[in-house]
Design a protein around this ligand. Sequence first.
Ligand code: HEM
Length: 254
Amino acid sequence: LFAGDRFGIGDRRPPALVPLPTFRGEALDPAAGNGDLCVQACASNPTAAHQAVRALLNSAREHVTLRWRQTGFCAEDGTPDPPGMFGFRDGTSNLDVDDPAETAEHLWVNDGPGWLHGGSYLVMRRIRLLLDTWDRTPLAEQEAVIGRRQAGNQRIAVGPTAHSRLAAPAANNGAKLLRRAYSYDAGVDPNGLMDAGLIFLCFQRDPSRQFVAIQRRLAGHDALNAFSQHRASGLFACPPGVQPGSWIGAELLS
Ligand code: HEM
């Protein structure tokens, strides 16, 4: 939206909205990430989400073209941390959205241009999960990779490369993320392997101090790297919510 100042709003670019660095081991498809605008359509059934995207696209067709699209789903078991594709609960140790001190420190933007105050930054990563390899790995090893028991979800004593230990605030100068991940299923690859994984979405106040710092550590050392690969990426600035009668991004674009 700001690159090359195509819309005359280059001076309103938030300083933190810069391309994410390259991380070790990733194999990104540039056509399946980034872009000027990002819309996330959520519904309790896939048809409704699909129709919402179609309606938005049809109403904006004169001005926008579709760059990429990704469907996702999540298990619904009434908890904030339903099990993901690896069979472990995902989202257990998450930012507490009901704690104003925590959201002020880690979630809502309060610096840079005014249009983003009260908003947040979204990082999207499409992460392929190597399910064929994971499913042939003994449970005790899986638990050591994640750092939790599969049944019961308790933390266990693990080595320094366990995912939840490396990603935890204690290992990252206190940095926390609001994680809101979904799963995707894209069928089968040419080798007959499951093509599926995680649409990792996280919200934060400062991508460089939060996602980038944590992901650098994970990309270098995470035991999960043997079972996953990052395939697409995006960083977006999300304007704050709006009052009735106004619209999202009004302060930026009018
Ligand atoms: C390879 C795909 C990934 C899988 C399958 C995965 C799965 C999990 C699981 C099962 C947990 C433990 C339960 C929980 O606290 O939610 C966890 C924790 C966590 N993950 Fe991931 N994750 C992945 C990628 C990432 C990425 C890319 C990041 C951020 C850069 C991340 C950040 C975190 C954080 C911050 C925690 C909480 C750590 C703690 O405080 O205990 N994860 N993840």
